[in-house]
Design a protein around this ligand. Sequence first.
Ligand code: FES
Length: 118
Amino acid sequence: MVWTKVLAQEDLPAGSRQVVKVAEQKVLLLNQAGTIYAVSNVCPHLKLPMKSGKVTPEGDIVCPFHRSAFKLCSGEVSQWTPFPPGVGKVLGMISKEQKLPVFPTKVEAGSIWVDVAA
Ligand code: FES
């Protein structure tokens, strides 16, 4: 494990999100009701930013562009490019279906840590 301190815990209150750069990776940190997640801010479909993606009640983060949905906890694909209707399926063929990278996090001594090497 290679832990990197990324933020003070108080800088990511419940319901907030922030993008940080760790070892050349853009990492999106989300505080969902006190649980901290770290996922790539780069959608695996067309490499567009995930930052404004909605989180569903099922715990998926949805890309704001073609609405691919990924499990926040594992990065597994729940849906691949369903949007826009009809066209999304064609756009989805541009790159093969793949997981959103997710990274382990921990809170220690008032700081949030991320391991992007895992
Ligand atoms: S860029 Fe995210 S689904 Fe297309």
